[in-house]
Write a protein that binds this ligand. Structure first.
Ligand SMILES: [Zn+2]
Length: 347
């Protein structure tokens, strides 16, 4: 065992702090720990100030959730748009993401233009990213042991809204058909495809929210705290709840199907589609009848056209016959006249 070199003055200060109580639990909220600064692009000073106000307000409340634990200094960078940011910084970040936290680096990046274009509320986005930073600081050196699903579920739960409009309702069919992704597959990373990503966020939110209702936020924080290189988050969760992972996941799935009201919301949300399915046979019959009527009308018109054509042809032929007869009569009359004229001359 060894201790780092430390000056006498530092020792005195450290002893004084210890004698004043637990140094990790400051009496007053640490508003000064968050450095909100303008990032890439043209960011108006009013925007930075607005974010600064939101951070100051939300940090006080979130610090209480994390047991008032001392917060290390971190930065909040406010960027104009995704395009204005360095490519390396946004590589791997979903194209609609209004913000992200770089864990272990004490950095939060907010994309102001993205919030405006996606309709994300700045307060919700700030709160979500603050939760990531505070949770990462809370678990300290074992931050990389936190499953991604827990980070995202906890951030959404404490932010009071979901990411990418993820909804519990989207999980109902998947729970019913057993096609949900396994939690294990969401421990390290999330899918990149938007639909799968939305499902991952919905699942994370729903499961963590259910755990917090069943066992409380303080138990979840205890699980996070007990996670280390030897004990995984899942093992700590089993240890704290007294239930194995299958019992926990089955309990949550039962809640989604029978306790969340999501199936009814899905049913009501799909009423128009369902109504269309019910009336579809009637519509098909009506369509068949209409097509039959149109076919009958077309046949009738066709027959009538043929009859008119035949009558016209007959008239043409009769007219030709009359003209021929008239021509013959005219010829015979002319012959009679010629004969009479010849007879008169002979006399
Ligand atoms: Zn997040």
């Amino acid at each position: 065992m060894f201790l780092p070199r430390i000056s006498l003055l530092t020792w005195i200060l450290a002893l004084a702090l210890v004698s004043c109580g637990d140094s990790s639990r400051p009496k007053a909220p640490q508003l000064h720990v968050a450095e909100v600064v303008a990032g890439a692009g043209d960011v108006a000073p009013e925007v930075v100030e607005r974010v600064r106000q939101i951070v100051a307000t939300e940090l006080v409340q979130l610090q209480e959730v994390f047991g008032g634990k001392k917060i290390e200094r971190f930065f909040v960078h406010v960027h104009e748009s995704r395009e204005s940011m360095p490519e390396q910084l946004v590589a791997g970040v979903h194209e609609d993401a209004p913000g992200f936290a770089v864990l272990g680096r004490h950095q939060i990046h907010l994309i102001w233009g993205q919030m405006a274009s996606t309709g994300s509320r700045p307060r919700g986005v700030v709160r979500h990213e603050l939760v990531h930073e505070l949770l990462d600081q809370y678990v300290g050196q074992h931050g990389n042991r936190m499953p991604r699903w827990f980070h995202e579920g906890f951030a959404q739960l404490l932010a009071g809204n979901t990411y990418l409009d993820a909804r519990e309702d989207d999980l109902v069919w998947r729970v019913g058909t057993g096609s949900l992704p396994r939690l294990r597959s969401l421990a390290e990373s999330f899918p990149t495809q938007t639909t799968k990503l939305r499902t991952a966020y919905a699942l994370s939110y729903s499961y963590v929210a259910w755990l917090s209702r069943e066992y409380g936020v303080s138990l979840l924080l205890r699980v996070a705290r007990f996670t280390d290189d030897i004990t995984s988050f899942g093992q700590a969760l089993v240890g704290q709840t007294g239930k194995d992972s299958l019992q926990l996941e089955t309990g949550w799935q039962n809640y989604v199907l029978y306790g969340s009201g999501a199936p009814w919301r899905v049913l009501l949300g799909s009423w128009f589609s369902l109504l269309m399915i019910l009336v579809l046979p009637v519509l098909v019959l009506a369509l068949i009848r209409r097509l039959s009527a149109e076919q009958r009308a077309a046949r009738h018109l066709s027959a009538r056209a043929r009859s008119d054509k035949a009558r016209a042809q007959e008239a043409v032929e009769r007219r030709a016959e009359l003209l021929r007869l008239a021509a013959e009569n005219d010829f015979e009359e002319r012959e009679d006249l010629d004969r009479l004229e010849q007879d008169g001359e002979q006399r």
